[in-house]
Design a protein around this ligand. Structure first.
Ligand code: PGA
Length: 222
């Protein structure tokens, strides 16, 4: 089995009770395999409790955030700086298209956030919407997520995702490329089978603990 990332992006969903319920179902289903990196990215308010539950259960789950501040600690009201988030998270999703669309996030801002993540020991997972999206300096993990495929039930074809991944890697040999956009337990294998795709970023299908358990089960059959 090649090394793969299965990353759950809960977006603005699940309170603490719902998050803990999910972990109690999914946690025991994840095999401890060095090649399997499972990450769950909840809303900020769930991070502390989720981290505790994962530690107590001894589950092989990493915790991630869905964003972080482009600034250091200091007078930036409302922001979540990497230097504080790193108490809880090992990874941060950055530059998601929903942030670019709804919050005016620019490539420059994504680069500043990437720098903050790297300076504070957090792995930046940078979302790129196509071949032309700039890859910030120092990023080693990106997710190709075409906007048309997000939350629509219409994923990109595995062949096209492979072509984009290959092109991104040929320009940036340090990269591992994930695919995201309407991934579920049925289509997962077709993406993981592509030689240049190192995993998946999953929104909607990650919310259901049973479906996410199936996704893990399918991924480890690889
Ligand atoms: P989706 O979302 O799986 O619901 O399409 C993916 C994402 O936005 O990361």
């Amino acid at each position: 089995m090649k090394s793969i990332w299965i990353i759950a992006n809960w977006k603005s969903n699940k309170n603490i009770a719902e998050a803990l319920e999910w972990v109690s179902v999914v946690g025991p289903k994840i095999p401890k395999k060095a090649e399997l990196n499972v990450v769950v990215c909840p809303p900020f308010s769930d991070l502390a409790e989720l981290k505790k539950a994962v530690q107590i259960g001894g589950f092989p789950i990493m915790i991630g955030s869905q964003d972080l501040s482009p600034f250091e600690i200091g007078a930036y009201t409302g922001e979540e700086p990497a230097a504080i988030l790193n108490q809880f998270v090992e990874l941060a999703i950055l530059g998601h298209s929903e942030r670019r669309q709804n919050f005016g996030e620019t490539d420059q801002l994504v680069a500043a956030k990437t720098a903050q993540a790297l300076a504070n020991g957090i792995i930046p997972l940078v979302c790129v919407q196509g071949r032309e999206t700039p890859i910030p300096e120092g990023a080693k993990l990106v997710a190709y997520e075409p906007v048309f495929a997000i939350g629509t039930g219409t994923p990109d074809t595995p062949e096209n995702a492979q072509n984009v991944a290959q092109e991104l890697k040929s320009k940036n040999p340090q990269l591992a490329v994930l695919y995201g956009g309407s991934v579920n337990s049925t289509n997962l294998k077709s993406f993981l089978a592509q030689p240049d795709i190192s995993g998946v970023l999953i929104g909607k299908a990650s919310l259901d603990a049973i479906e996410f358990g199936k996704i893990i089960g399918t991924a480890v059959q690889e």
